[in-house]
Design a protein around this ligand. Structure first.
Ligand code: NCD
Ligand code: ZN
Length: 351
């Protein structure tokens, strides 16, 4: 039996939803992760600091007894966002980042940004106070092919913004292409990227070849194999600008298994096992801790967790549920289509 000890991980991009769904899925994140950056794209988005405070309270109230988990809150950037409110939330220690969704780019993004010029006062304030901007990096221009939307976003929006506000701390969320990797690697400061679990494992054939598989559909959509390989190389490189943001994004099955299914993949349950498997395949288990527990904390100016977890490699593949029941319906769990053998063990929680 092989085992390794790492600091307890953090998830730098997580969708926890609200109400019955929140209650059903939160324990799967809080069992593994010490902290997570909580995405603000609720049906009624988390726009003002007061909304973030209320949402934070609902998350903390939904935590199972005995789980220690700290939600880091984000605000949803709109063209009406008030820089003073953003700064107040940051000064209170409540707001850890602001999320930019191009309007229409993904789930619940209709209140997002149409014209970057209109949010410049907020971005300038954030650059001044050191508050990070998390970016959903896809253009929404219908003329741009869905598989090119990340690369075009970098060209049209990110590079000019980077030049205009060099002090703004930017995280390109869930990068899916070599273009995303290269963009981040080309920057000397204030730029990082999250990489999801599933983008390390699947490519667009998984979604589309031999039948359409809605449970592998997410945004930004997974790309061709060469891009997946770039992401794996970046994640396992030890480069501190890349870190785990699972983008675990549950939707009740009927809303995915239909004529126009929602984007989002639910990985919270088996994420650590999946990522450990990837790092083992890449011969990079010695870099796993950096990717899941150190690099992200460093970018966000936090100390890494002191608590340790043990990862144990079992001889037999683990059995994860294929679906979980929540008060908001059944949710399908990400199937990595490979045996998973690494399980996490914590001293304080029976696993
Ligand atoms: C996310 C969701 O469902 O909220 N979906 C997804 O496919 N990743 C939104 C997002 O992060 O784009
Ligand atoms: Zn997301």
């Amino acid at each position: 039996m092989q085992s390794l000890v790492t600091r307890r991980p953090d998830d730098w991009h997580l969708h926890l939803r609200d109400g019955a769904m929140l209650e059903g899925i939160l324990p799967h994140s809080s069992a593994n992760f010490a902290r997570a950056l909580i995405m603000p794209n609720l049906v009624r988005p988390v726009i003002r600091s007061v909304d973030a405070a209320a949402y934070r309270n609902r998350i903390v109230a939904a935590l199972p007894i005995g789980h220690s988990f700290e939600p880091f809150m984000t605000l949803y950037l709109t063209e009406a966002t008030d820089p003073t409110d953003v700064e107040a939330g940051f000064r209170d220690g409540l707001v850890c980042a602001v999320k930019l969704y191009p309007a229409g780019a993904t789930t619940n993004s209709d209140s997002g940004v149409r014209e970057i010029e209109r949010v410049m006062p907020v971005l300038e304030r954030m650059a001044k106070i050191g508050l990070p901007l998390c970016v959903h990096g896809e253009v929404t221009d219908p003329a741009v092919d869905i598989f090119d939307r990340e690369a075009v976003f970098i060209e049209r929006l990110l590079l000019p913004l980077r030049e205009r506000l060099p002090e703004l701390r930017i995280v390109m969320e869930h990068i899916t292409t070599k273009d995303g990797v290269d963009f981040v690697a080309s920057q000397t400061k204030n730029t990082a990227a999250t990489i999801t679990t599933h983008h390390l494992i699947i490519n667009r054939n998984t979604v589309l070849a031999g039948g359409i598989r809605p449970h592998y559909y997410c945004l930004p959509i997974v790309k061709r194999e060469s891009h997946r390989l770039s992401l794996r190389a970046a994640a396992t490189s030890g480069d501190r600008r890349f870190f785990l943001g699972t983008d675990s994004a549950p939707h009740a099955d009927p809303t995915k298994e239909c004529a126009c299914g929602c984007a989002g993949i639910f990985t919270a349950i088996n994420t650590i096992s999946c990522v450990a498997e990837v790092f083992e395949q890449e011969g990079a288990l010695d870099r796993l801790e950096g990717f899941i527990a150190i690099n992200g904390a460093a970018f966000y100016g936090r100390s890494p967790n002191e608590e340790r977890i043990t990862l144990i490699r079992d001889a037999e593949p683990l059995k994860f549920p294929t679906k979980i029941e929540t008060g908001a319906g059944m949710v399908t769990v990400f199937d990595p289509q490979m045996p998973l053998r690494w399980r996490t063990k914590r001293a304080d929680i029976a696993t």
